[in-house]
Ligand binder design. Structure first.
Ligand SMILES: C[S@@+](CC[C@H](N)C(=O)[O-])C[C@H]1O[C@@H](n2cnc3c(N)ncnc32)[C@H](O)[C@@H]1O
Length: 245
């Protein structure tokens, strides 16, 4: 089932506009959820409701599609008639508004942030929601060209690219690395067969993995879009086979 075809042919109740490269990226990250018994999607930034309709038609009846926006467009009422859609009025940077959603839907599989496009708000939302959504969830942020627009208020609160959400995501690509810690590398090279390995790994002497090293599986950069895949990461092992001379 092509997401792009659904968008172009089957979204008839709401209105939307999306950049063409998004569809293949979305499909790559979200296709796996089609096989699940149930999928819960939170979209931040709903506008004319076309994307809520897209997600409902893509994921089907075994899905809940939640929308969050600062206002409710009249077309959203029409889209809600499809069923399985729940709309909240609120601000993505207000954690109390996010809590109302989390209280009702504690098991969110997918977050799509297409809301304010303001970097510091994208960051507040990401930092707050990412640890609270499912352990194996996908978090996507759209329209990240705004991270590069000096004249756009989506840039940052300080008007500086250094503080953009795009740069924050780049910094997490470094945060999530474990073997940059050479102590860990040496430890695994010398202690691989030791039965105490796991216990020692969590010993402070070796250094505990940080949150991102334990929970962030991958970060994928696309044209104007970033997709974060969440997964509990087990202990890292250097898996040797055969003999090396
Ligand atoms: C680009 S539109 C969303 C388009 C929609 N996702 C689609 O693909 O058709 C952005 C929406 O974000 C909403 N928005 C702006 N600031 C927001 C905020 N702080 N919190 C939540 N939504 C916000 C706007 O009201 C607008 O409806």
């Amino acid at each position: 089932m092509s997401l792009e075809k659904i968008y172009l042919n089957d979204v008839v109740l709401g209105k939307s506009n999306k950049w063409s490269p998004y569809f293949s990226a979305y499909q790559k990250h979200l296709e796996k959820y089609l096989n699940r018994d149930w999928v819960t999607v939170l979209e931040i930034g709903v506008q004319g409701g076309g994307s809520l309709e897209l997600w409902k038609k893509y994921f089907g009846k075994n899905s809940t599609i939640i929308g969050l926006d600062i206002f409710k467009h009249e077309l959203v009422d029409k889209v809600e008639q499809l069923g399985g859609i729940d709309f909240f009025i609120g601000r993505q940077q207000n954690t109390e508004d996010l809590d109302k959603i989390l209280d009702k839907y504690p098991e969110i599989d997918i977050v799509i942030d297409d809301g304010s496009h303001i970097s510091y708000q994208q960051k507040i939302t990401f930092d707050y929601l990412f640890p609270k959504i499912k352990d194996t969830a996908t978090y996507i942020v759209e329209d990240l060209h705004t991270s590069f627009w000096p004249d756009h208020n989506g840039h940052t609160e300080k008007g500086n690219e250094e503080h953009s959400f795009f740069n924050y995501a780049l910094s997490l690509t470094k945060e999530m690395q474990r073997l940059k810690n050479k102590k860990l590398w040496n430890f695994h090279m010398t202690r691989l067969s030791d039965k105490q390995l796991e216990q020692d790994f969590y010993n402070d002497a070796i250094e505990r993995p940080n949150y991102w090293q334990s929970n962030l599986d991958s970060i994928s950069f696309y044209e104007s879009m970033i997709a974060f895949e969440k997964k509990p990461r087990s202990m890292i092992l250097n898996m040797m086979i055969g003999h090396m001379r």
